[in-house]
Design a protein around this ligand. Structure first.
Ligand SMILES: [Cu+2]
Length: 411
């Protein structure tokens, strides 16, 4: 028998290579010495440790080592970032075990996935639990001056439907993806409590405030909380997101949202909506988690407004002929830009990243609002007659992946 002490921290196991005479039983005493992140250690022979919070330890009986064996951390993304372990059987006469595949970290690109068809969600109805994400942005009550706004965001795992018949275990702020829309004016102070009730480390980064990221944006372990205070000194529709590694996985698996900070001179309108564009890279089974190989291939299965494919085709957004309608749009990415367009509509106003491109023009117009990941803005338009006006990302592949909805305009 051979016993080896292993530490897990900073996306590495130390040691990451262990030599064992073939035929020896290997015992690993592992300690998670990472200051922030949850880790585990699993092996290709099926032996799996449990998830360890920072500071926790356990003993894993890996069994008798007859051939080389690979191990890794099964927290999504950690294996790809380098958390692997090689067990080398010295003096072994047998070839390495063929079972070098994993079953624990969403790394399944060789399996066939959901048969999504050409237009996911267009040919099916949402499940009975379908509740559309609220796109309406309620007007702010009048105030004499800057306001302090307190909110608690709870990071938690939630199995949610993301398109008709397709569920994923998302990592969420307050149980939805995107998380809640925060709304205020220039000068408002936001006091955000982030509490982690999920199964791994998470964090938050608000683009709406300017500050040193060191403390407020730190990753906290399950069971911990932090307070993040910022003052919104500039108007915009700002992204917030988890900034725990790998950020691709944490954002794509649901940890993003919008903060709308209205400029002081923003004209009142009849109706305001908020649409946040995001992406899903589906795991290989219902209730699965984000697929890192699809992220690396930059190949999302679904592109959505407010976290559900074709959501507002199933629950159209109302408007009335002649109203001035404002639509705030944020492109949360992680990878796709957007070209926001309303079929049959023309924008008389376009505001993007802090400036008007077009300001209530009488005789010029715009057809799209183009945004890169983490950019935002708003458009305004008046619907000329009753009907059904689709809105899309005019990157048509994304409209067909679910970035599509409807305004239902009545007289
Ligand atoms: Cu996270």
């Amino acid at each position: 028998m051979q016993t080896v002490q292993v530490q897990a921290a900073d996306m590495r196991f130390t040691p990451s290579r262990i030599e064992v005479p073939a035929g020896t039983r290997l015992i690993i005493e592992i300690t998670n010495t990472d200051p922030q992140l949850v880790h585990d250690l699993v092996f290709a022979n099926g032996i799996a440790g449990t998830r360890l919070a920072p500071g926790e330890s356990e003993t894993i009986d890996v069994g008798v080592i007859e051939a080389d064996l690979e191990g890794w951390c099964s927290i999504v993304g950690h294996r790809q970032m380098g958390m692997t372990m090689q067990i080398v059987a010295t003096g072994a006469s047998v070839a390495p075990a063929p079972a070098a595949t994993d079953g624990a970290d969403g790394d399944h690109s060789d399996h066939s996935d959901h048969d999504l068809g050409a237009m996911p969600g267009m040919d099916a109805e949402p499940g009975p639990g379908f509740t559309p994400y609220k796109a309406e942005l309620d007007p702010l009550p009048a105030s004499d001056g800057p306001v302090t706004r307190e909110i608690t965001l709870t990071a938690r795992d939630e199995e949610l439907e993301v398109a008709p018949g397709i569920t994923q275990t998302l990592w969420t702020y307050n149980g939805t993806a995107p998380g809640p829309v925060l709304h205020g004016r220039v000068g408002d102070r936001f006091v955000v409590t982030l509490e982690n009730k999920a199964s791994m480390g998470h964090s938050i980064d608000f683009h709406a405030g300017s500050l040193a990221p060191d403390e407020p944006m730190r990753t906290i372990a399950p069971g911990e909380s932090l307070t993040y205070t910022f003052t919104a000194t500039r108007a915009g529709i700002w992204m917030y997101h988890c900034s725990t590694m790998p950020m691709t996985a944490h954002i794509a698996n649901g940890m993003y949202g919008a903060v709308v900070i209205e400029p002081d001179d923003l004209p009142a309108v009849d109706r305001s909506y908020v649409l946040v564009q995001g992406e899903y890279y589906l795991g290989d089974h219902d209730g699965g988690e984000v697929d890192m190989d699809k992220i690396a291939a930059r190949n999302p299965d679904l592109v959505t407004f407010n976290g559900y494919a074709n959501q507002y085709d199933h629950a159209p957004l109302p408007a009335v002929v002649g109203e001035q309608v404002r639509v705030w749009v944020l492109d949360a990415g992680i990878d796709r830009s957007t070209s926001f367009h309303v079929v049959g509509g023309q924008f008389d106003t376009v505001w993007a990243e802090g400036a008007y491109l077009l300001d209530h023009s009488a005789d010029t117009g715009a057809q799209t609002l183009g945004l890169q990941p983490a950019q935002g803005g708003f458009v305004e338009l008046i619907f000329p007659e009753a009907g059904h006006y689709p809105f899309v990302s005019h990157f048509m592949i994304d409209a067909e992946r679910g970035a599509h909805g409807l305004f239902d305009v009545s007289k």
